[in-house]
Design a protein around this ligand. Structure first.
Ligand code: SAH
Length: 233
């Protein structure tokens, strides 16, 4: 079973982009996953290949047309295609490592990248698009968001990461941020590596890392611990 990503975009040249290199790129070449970038404009019907129009009710900017997008989605995701249909959108559910894991365990994803002011609400409703946000900020288009999502998913596909264990110990996998890392040299600008890490005592090292993780999470992301306010230090 190969994870298949179909990305609907006005800028297919942006794909695979960064995902053509490094881990994701090697996995793409090896056939661990596949990617098709579909030009939305190919589904316009007028001679100017129009994909957008002015917003009903007035206001700034342009809105992507429901009819054109629906044809593109129906082409990418015909009846029987069980892959989730995602719309990259700042209004969406914020992407989490848990959702990334679910996606990586599935057949793939159909990903619609918005541009301009966004897309006509009726295609979101009619094609049951799941809106996904990559953070509380506004991008100029959904493409970088789609690259972010796919990067996070692809590295979890079987065989992609060299050392599978590292995936399980990372930030968010246990609702904690990761502990700090150190490597050679033993001393850098007067700063030594914490002694415990060079002690060879694996029990103590694990306990130290756990404590550092908890401290960092309390300081930076108390929300991950389920507490609304930072705890007293
Ligand atoms: N007017 C919209 C923003 C449009 S930005 C609003 O205020 O909500 C244009 C496109 O970029 C969006 O349709 C979406 O596909 C993409 N985009 C922008 N910010 C994003 C984010 N934080 N997460 C995911 N996609 C985003």
């Amino acid at each position: 079973m190969t994870f298949k990503a179909s990305v609907l975009t006005l800028y297919p040249e942006m794909f695979p982009g960064a995902l053509g290199l490094s881990l994701a790129g090697r996995a793409l070449e090896a056939g661990t996953w596949s990617l098709e970038a579909i030009q939305i404009r190919d589904f316009a019907t007028d001679k100017h290949r129009t994909v957008d129009d002015t917003p009903a009710g007035g206001g700034a900017g342009m809105v992507m047309r429901a009819d054109v997008l629906a044809r593109a989605i129906d082409h990418a995701s015909p009846p029987g295609d069980e892959r989730p249909r995602l719309l990259m959108s700042p209004r969406g559910e914020p992407l989490t490592q848990a959702r990334v894991r679910e996606l990586a365990a599935g057949l793939g994803a159909v990903i619609l990248c918005g541009r301009f002011e966004g897309v006509d609400q009726r295609v979101i409703d009619a094609r049951k698009l799941e809106e996904v946000s990559v953070g509380d900020f506004i991008l100029s288009g959904g493409e970088p968001a789609a690259l972010v999502l796919l990067d996070a998913v692809v590295r979890l596909l079987p065989g992609v990461m060299g050392n599978a264990v590292s995936g399980e110990e990372e930030s968010f996998e246990n609702s904690l941020l990761e502990h700090p890392h150190y490597t050679r040299p033993q001393e850098f600008e007067g700063r030594p590596i914490p002694k415990v890490l060079t002690s060879g005592n694996h029990g103590k090292i694990a306990a130290w890392r756990r404590a550092e993780s908890e401290k960092l999470t309390r300081e930076r992301r108390p929300d991950l611990l389920g507490s609304p306010q930072p705890l007293a230090k």
